[in-house]
Design a protein around this ligand. Structure first.
Ligand SMILES: [Ca+2]
Length: 72
């Protein structure tokens, strides 16, 4: 059975971290994750990538920028 090309999305959950602003600067180093939900389980945020076309034999890199949230 061969590989079937598909479209996928990466979701990241981050505890006590905040997502940086996506798509700022060079795509090789910027974050590709957009925060979609805050405090889903108390202190955990979720962020998604765009939909990614996945094909056999190709590599895809998704960058995620996170910063520590300081609680005072
Ligand atoms: Ca990037």
């Amino acid at each position: 059975m061969g590989w079937v090309a598909d479209s996928q999305q990466v979701q990241i959950e981050a505890r006590y971290r905040d997502f940086t602003v996506p798509d700022v600067g060079d795509d090789a180093t910027d974050s590709d994750i957009i925060k979609v939900q805050r405090d889903i389980y108390g202190g955990i945020d979720a962020g998604n990538s765009a939909m990614i076309d996945v094909t056999a034999g190709s590599d895809t890199t998704i960058d995620a920028g996170l910063v520590e949230v300081l609680i005072s």
